[in-house]
Design a protein around this ligand. Structure first.
Ligand code: AKG
Ligand code: FE2
Length: 377
């Protein structure tokens, strides 16, 4: 099941950003000097050698997601806990250690942590998974590894323009030639004409759809991905349990914005009654079986991040308005504009390779923002 690996970059910015920039430049230089991409990658990975990072590297290698792993047995959970513990311990153990220090700073805490882990496991492995998943150091570690081992981009993705191209009618040929696989983003206005989604999709539509199909909510938890962003929701079921007032963004109610992927076939077939593949996608391009839905009120949507997917994505604005900020990869900063904002209105479709462009979203005040999208190849 293809998954978006969403790589958060929300916290402790500038020192890490500086470091990343330096590493990216170094990597670019190494490639210019004739070292093969794979060799450069190996060198960077080798020098990135704490236990936690090695774990993250494995994640990077197999393209697995950081999402709901509770379904795949206890092994990944135990692995993650161990990665974290080792990372924590190695960063705490003094460089020169005598036996006593060694026992107290390494073996003792490891045993204690292990016992604690077993103890916790009896009660709730789900909670443990949540806790570990929420640990920012794991996310950051992944981010660093992924950023410095990411292949250098070809900066044609932005050469010659400093705003996202906006078109009204886009033929398949034009799309194929200019955007489909080039990494050049595009906004196609008025592209959802005839989609009944424009009338049908709203909070209660999704609530009824998911609550009405046996196992659909659980399927999101176990097989797909759920992004709570800045909310307290842990599952899509919790989202649909919020009060009507909150769902309607009544005054004094806490605002919310969430996203999830759907991989339940029955839900997918209902969704697809209401939307079509964007008309400009190449006939022979395959669409992913996953639908991505983002829904919520005014304010920050997704924080700046890069996804870990091989395929470009499209996203249709069904309701409301959203501003996307696209930031080119650091190695293209001399060629590209530093960042580009593009407003996506109801009825528009944005196409972005979210694997190349750092991106964030902001929902403008007004109607609830609802989008549906997918990947294509
Ligand atoms: O729509 C959003 O708020 C975020 C979308 C996104 O990050 C994506 O599609 O990759
Ligand atoms: Fe994304």
């Amino acid at each position: 099941m293809p998954n978006k690996f969403r790589n958060g970059t929300s916290s402790n910015g500038s020192r890490r950003d500086e470091l990343i920039k330096k590493l990216v430049k170094l990597r670019g230089q190494a490639e210019k000097d004739g070292l093969e991409k794979e060799r450069v990658r190996q060198i960077f990975l080798k020098s990135w050698n704490s236990a936690a990072e090695v774990r993250a590297e494995n994640k990077f290698e197999d393209g697995e997601s950081n999402a709901n792993s509770a379904s795949s047995g206890l092994a990944p959970v135990v692995d993650r806990v161990w990665s974290f513990l080792l990372y924590w311990l190695f960063s705490k153990v003094p460089a020169k250690k005598n036996t006593l220090v060694y026992v107290f700073s390494l073996i003792f805490p490891v045993m204690l942590a292990f016992l604690l882990m077993l103890y916790t496991a009896d009660f709730s492995f789900t909670l443990l998974v949540d806790d570990v998943r929420a640990m920012p150091c794991l996310v950051d570690t992944n981010f660093m590894v992924m950023e410095i081992t990411r292949p250098v981009e070809n900066c044609d993705i932005c050469r010659g323009f400093d705003s996202v191209p906006v078109v009204e009618n886009l033929s398949r040929e034009e799309f194929l030639e200019r955007h489909a696989y080039s990494g050049v983003p595009v906004l196609v206005t008025g592209a959802t004409a005839n989609w009944t989604a424009m009338q049908a999709f709203n909070f209660s539509f999704f609530k009824q759809l998911y609550e009405g199909i046996d196992g659909a909510l659980l399927n999101v938890e176990e097989e797909c991905q759920f992004f709570p962003y800045n909310t307290e929701f842990r599952t899509l079921a919790e989202v649909f349990n919020m009060t009507e007032d909150r769902a309607a963004f009544k005054e004094n109610e806490r605002t919310w914005y969430v996203g999830w992927s759907n991989c339940h076939p029955e839900v997918a077939s209902v969704l697809r009654e209401h939307y079509e593949r964007p008309y400009f996608l190449p006939v022979d391009s395959e669409s992913s079986a996953l639908d991505w839905i983002f829904m919520g009120g005014s304010g920050i949507g997704a924080n700046i991040h890069l996804d870990f997917v091989q395929r470009p994505s499209w996203q249709a604005q069904i309701s409301g308005q959203k501003i996307w900020t696209l930031i080119p990869p650091p190695e293209c900063e001399d060629v590209c504009k530093e960042s580009m904002k593009v407003t996506v209105n109801k009825g528009d479709i944005i196409v972005v390779d979210t694997n190349i462009w750092y991106h964030s979203t902001y929902v403008t005040p007004g109607e609830i923002s609802i989008t549906i999208g997918s990947e294509y190849d």
